[in-house]
Design a binder for this molecule. Structure first.
Ligand code: SF4
Length: 387
């Protein structure tokens, strides 16, 4: 077997495992179907089965994804009798807002609940310098990867999210900010970028994530450019190539350590895909350039991975890659084993990376007052429910 065959086989294994954690179907208990999350082709097929021509799917797509309309009676280009028939058979769904918290720094954290009562977090992080910001979206309920510094890693994987649930997080966040219809071209909006960096490993739920991103990028709907979407992975090497080829979105890699010994411990996926393989996959990643750099996420843990020697090793590791390094001060949560690096150590580390020619912004912790460390809000809700 060649290396390519092995990668393909591994990819199949990952996809088969993902199917095991499939989300529930999009049919409601009253028999109506949710149209959100269907691909264009599926929407055409659904309309065909309903006795409607393909142009009806095009109309619906515009109302659902460009205008953000949920009520069929507000779809003015569709005749009233048909609006009523559609409402009997379909819905345009959204996750339920279980909690909605606004931080003092304007970071806003939603806990969205789905029909089976599973819930995920979605965070809006405004850019302080401009009228725009990023929506951090979850891809799984819980996570299998157990990264040691991550609160979500303490929660078992309940299931994957469907495409509808992934798109639905962005649509519901847009509802909250009244950002419909969708912007044309590069017009700035508050919700201007998406980072797939919430709960879960997106490449372990690739099919649903890819379908959702294709819906979000579609020119006649939400129309968010691939340059405004960043997929963050812990390094699922066989799926990184596929995501690059099929989606072409920006790539972020949760690196967090420069030796396999340490990364094996804090990002256990490293035992399967060690640092060298992850970096090689980054070098292969299509579309990476100085204009579209690969982001390496590096969480700064006091006395663990934050020495000057670590910084120098990091620079050596990524040499030649169009890259930037996001330094993330650790946001401690109850029971976590780590402490954040001191501000002095952070600055020293950042200076070494910057002097080597890589942007190394220190990401100011946001939303500390609303449990914004990934996974904290969901755990707090479950604790409340148990008491
Ligand atoms: S950091 Fe990401 S991949 Fe790791 S446990 Fe947390 S959610 Fe999962």
């Amino acid at each position: 077997m060649s290396v390519t065959d092995l990668t393909a086989a591994e990819r199949e294994r990952i996809l088969a495992k993902a199917a095991h954690f499939s989300p529930p179907d999009y049919v409601l208990s009253d028999g109506r179907r949710d149209l959100v999350g269907l691909s264009r082709e599926e929407l055409v097929a659904e309309m065909d089965a309903f006795g409607e021509k393909p142009f009806r799917a095009k109309q619906l797509w515009h109302w659902i994804y460009h205008q953000g309309v949920r009520d069929f009676s507000a779809m003015s280009s569709i005749a009233k009798p048909l609006q009523e028939k559609l409402a009997e058979r379909f819905i345009v769904g959204r996750p339920e807002v279980a909690t909605d918290q606004l931080s003092k720094d304007d970071t806003r954290k939603f806990l969205f609940r789905f029909r089976d009562h599973e819930a995920v977090e979605t965070v809006y992080i405004p850019d302080r310098r401009e009228d725009r910001g990023a929506v951090c979206i979850s891809s799984q309920v819980g996570c299998t990867l157990s990264c040691k510094f991550c609160h979500t890693g303490t929660q078992r994987l309940a299931r994957n999210l469907s495409a509808a649930e992934i798109v639905g997080q962005f649509m519901a966040a847009r509802d909250a900010y009244g950002e419909w219809p969708s912007p044309r071209g590069e017009t700035p909006r508050l919700l201007s970028t998406i980072v797939l960096m919430g709960m879960g490993e997106p490449l372990y739920n690739y099919e649903n994530v890819a379908k959702a991103m294709k819906i979000i990028m579609d020119n006649e709907g939400i129309a968010l450019s691939r340059r405004r979407i960043t997929l963050s992975t812990s390094g699922v090497v066989p799926m990184m190539d596929r995501a690059g080829e099929e989606l072409g979105v920006n790539l972020a890699v949760s690196l967090h350590a420069v030796t396999d010994e340490l990364r094996d411990e804090i990002v256990p996926l490293n035992r399967k895909y060690p640092i060298k393989e992850v970096i090689e996959a980054c070098r292969r990643y299509p579309g990476a350039s100085n204009a579209r750099r690969i982001t390496f996420e590096y969480i700064m843990l006091r006395g663990v991975n934050d020495s000057e020697a670590d910084a120098r090793a990091l620079v050596k590791l990524i040499a030649g890659l169009p890259a930037k390094v996001n330094l993330i001060p650790f946001n401690p949560w109850p029971g976590s084993a780590y402490q954040p690096s001191t501000p002095e150590q952070l600055k020293k580390f950042a200076a070494i990376v910057m002097n080597a020619g890589y942007a190394s912004p220190i990401r100011t912790p946001r939303g500390r007052d609303i449990l914004a460390a990934c996974g904290q809000l969901k755990s707090a809700m479950e604790k409340d429910a148990a008491e």
